[in-house]
Design a protein around this ligand. Structure first.
Ligand code: NAD
Ligand code: MG
Length: 392
């Protein structure tokens, strides 16, 4: 049966990679819903190619613009606007059976949760939702019988190394690999004046701006440790990080018998997306296999937590538990956005996160409302700290 795939974040880096794989399998996959934040032209251009049933623009004020543009392009795609439309389509059995959750940031939480609660197959790229509300999301997936296929390359690698029935029986340790980002090998002092353009110039992966900055600070790896904790049920002390500059080994799983399994491949997200789109079957993704003779060598080194304190901040937040990861994520989103706008220095990103975590004590993450409130408080505090110059 053909799979109807909703791509949330369709205009982004992950979204366009997902559409590339979908278009390679017209008899098996179709893009039935496409959603984007506010770029109507880019969304309509994708609709012209993929002919979805529904298109959603998250900015509620852009409904008329979307409807007009779809009509002008002669497309029968039904226009929708606003985050509630996203949640409704995520839950609608006729609209989609599979959801690619590829919105950036905590903005992706509600639609991802709606898809999980509706028991869909969810290809989860939006790591911030797991950092914010991982326990609740995993519980929702279990309750509704939803399938989560991790799309983050490291977690997709681990997913591929674990037995098909899932679970971490017999696993001693998970080792996430990290490229080290564009500033690997540099001292903390030398990072004082780095620019947004330098920070988003990732040596191995082509990605959206927010995750590129997260890779440069190593917060990305910190978020991924928290993500792995929720996805695989591993305690923090059995989640390790190893810098691997070639970005060809996407992670390792070490078992109690001394075996270590890894997944290897070129740094191209279409492989992980094909694993999710075909799940449990394998699909061609357009990515070629590795030429190991050409690559020659694999290097591994320990992360430099002095130059890149975000990794330790994230680990501490995971150990603290409760609302701490939500506070960390929200402060980081505000910091990265201000850095990209030239309003905050690179080294002030960890400083701002630390400032927020020190000022707001972690509470029990009893409900989604408590987590949302923590997210809002952290955003407010972080924004005030930037505006007042307390952190700069
Ligand atoms: P991106 O910036 O390229 O794309 C983001 C997408 O989200 C766009 O389509 C945008 O329109 C949409 N969007 C932004 N704000 C929105 C909002 N408020 N409401 C609805 N839609 C909104 O980002 P990306 O690099 O594709 O990353 C997407 C997610 O996948 C992130 O959570 C990221 O951490 C994760 N991820 C990305 C990669 C990668 O290679 N790019 C790898 C692993 C994980
Ligand atoms: Mg990753």
């Amino acid at each position: 049966m053909i799979r109807n795939v909703a791509v949330f974040g369709a205009t982004g880096s992950i979204g366009t990679s997902a559409l590339d794989v979908i278009a390679r399998h017209p008899g098996r996959l179709r893009a039935s819903v496409l959603a984007a934040g506010r770029n109507v032209d880019a969304l309509v251009a994708l609709c012209a190619v993929h002919r979805p049933d529904h298109a959603v623009i998250a900015d509620a004020g852009l409904l008329d613009a979307l409807a007009d543009a779809l009509r002008d392009a002669g497309l029968a795609t039904v226009p929708h606007a606003g985050m509630a439309a996203l949640d409704a389509l995520a839950s609608d059995a006729d609209a989609c059976d599979t959801v690619v959750a590829a919105i950036v940031g905590a903005a992706g939480l509600d639609s991802t949760l709606a898809a999980l609660r509706a028991g869909k197959r969810v290809l989860l790229a939006n790591k911030e939702s797991l950092v914010l509300a991982g326990a609740l999301m995993m519980q929702a997936a279990r309750d509704a019988g939803a399938t989560i296929v991790p799309i983050d390359s490291e977690h997709n690698a681990i997913h591929q190394c674990l037995p098909p029935q899932g679970g971490c029986e017999g696993v001693a340790r998970i080792i996430l690999t990290a490229s080290g980002g564009p500033f690997r090998g540099r001292s903390r002092a030398s990072l004082a004046d780095v620019t947004p353009a330098q920070a988003v110039a990732h040596p191995k992966w082509s990605m959206g701006p927010k995750i590129s900055v997260d890779s440069a600070t190593l917060m990305n790896k910190g978020l991924e440790v928290i993500e792995a904790h929720h996805l695989f049920g591993m305690p923090a002390e059995r989640l390790d990080v190893l810098v691997h500059p070639q970005s060809l080994v996407h992670s390792f799983v070490e078992f109690i018998d001394g075996s270590t399994l890894a997944q290897l491949g070129l740094p191209d997200m279409r492989t992980a997306l094909a694993v999710g789109l075909g799940h449990p079957d394998r699909l061609a993704s357009g990515v070629s296999g590795l030429d190991l003779l050409q690559h020659g060598r694999f290097d591994f080194e320990a992360p430099d937590t002095d130059a890149f304190p975000c990794l330790a901040l994230a680990r501490d937040a995971l150990v603290a538990g409760g609302t701490a990861p939500a506070l960390l994520n929200a402060a980081n989103e505000v910091a990265v956005s201000a850095f990209l706008q030239g309003r905050l220095r690179f080294l002030a990103i960890p400083a701002l996160v630390e400032h927020v975590l020190a000022a707001l004590p972690a509470a029990d993450a009893a409900s989604l409302d408590v987590l949302r409130e923590a997210d809002a408080q952290a955003r407010g505090l972080a924004t005030r700290a930037i505006d007042s110059g307390a952190v700069h």
